[in-house]
Design a protein around this ligand. Structure first.
Ligand code: C5P
Length: 239
């Protein structure tokens, strides 16, 4: 009985705001089902390329209507003008976090940040946060020095946050202490890592200085996603 109450209660609001649910599905009905079921644990809904390709801005609107902050993970990388315009649309739609590839360079990142902020401002919304991707975890050939170089480019261009592996948190904290640190690859201890080579537990990520945890398959692929969220997040504290 006590367990059931705790499951429904979920996380306290400060911690919940640090949890991003990765809705990596191609159907808005399915995404909405997960979002509704897992709302006690997650304050942020991550709409990635798959869901955005399937449902577009409707996916963003649906999550905002449910009370989520939206993290639009479409990793923009194009000429500066195009990135500015796309980011502006995202800002106007109410997106709170938007990813862009730092590989796109300084001019592209600056244009994206300006467009994103401008779109939100013109819609009367609070200033959103542009997130830079340094290297993809699938890019095994990326040299080590590339992460600090791209981090510097992103911070100078005005990106408010960075997506990084938990193993990079210490360095990033030292190099850019005011930058929001977003960490995917979260698993319960001993759980299936899927294609996440450097998985850590939520407690480890928070302790290492993560500000936003991206969690997907650890809960969405479970037979009972709410129970999996409870098992994964039930005993962490704000630290
Ligand atoms: O592994 P999980 O389902 O929790 O992934 C959540 C998010 O982590 C994905 O939406 C993707 O953006 C990111 N990811 C990553 N590197 C991988 C696999 C996923 O950064 N190897």
């Amino acid at each position: 009985m006590a367990d059931t109450t705790q499951e429904v209660a979920g996380l306290d609001p400060a911690l919940r705001a640090k949890m991003a649910l990765a809705l990596d599905v191609d159907d808005l009905v399915e995404a909405t089902r997960y979002a509704r079921q897992l709302a006690p644990w997650f304050g942020v809904a991550k709409v990635g390329l798959e869901l955005f390709a399937a449902a577009g801005p409707d996916a963003i609107g649906a999550m905002i209507d449910m009370g989520y902050d939206v993290f639009l993970d479409i990793k923009l990388h194009d000429i500066p003008t195009t990135v500015r315009k796309a980011a502006s649309v995202a800002g106007a739609l109410g997106v709170s976090y938007l990813t862009m590839h730092a590989h796109g360079g300084s001019d592209m990142l600056k244009a994206g940040v300006e467009g994103f902020h401008e779109g939100a401002r013109e819609a009367g919304l609070p200033e959103p946060i542009a997130l830079a991707i340094t290297v993809l975890t699938s890019d095994a050939e990326a040299p080590d020095h590339i992460v600090p170089a791209r981090l510097r480019t992103a911070v100078e261009a005005g990106c408010g946050g960075i997506v990084c592996a938990a193993s990079d948190l210490k360095d990033i904290r030292e190099m850019a202490p005011r930058t929001l640190r977003v960490v995917p690859g979260i698993r319960a201890a001993g759980a299936n890592r899927h294609d996440q080579p450097k998985a850590v537990t939520p407690g480890e990520a928070l302790q290492a200085g993560a500000d936003l945890l991206v969690i997907g398959r650890a809960v969405t692929e479970a037979d009972d996603p709410a129970a999996a969220a409870h098992a994964l997040l039930g005993d962490i504290s704000a630290g």
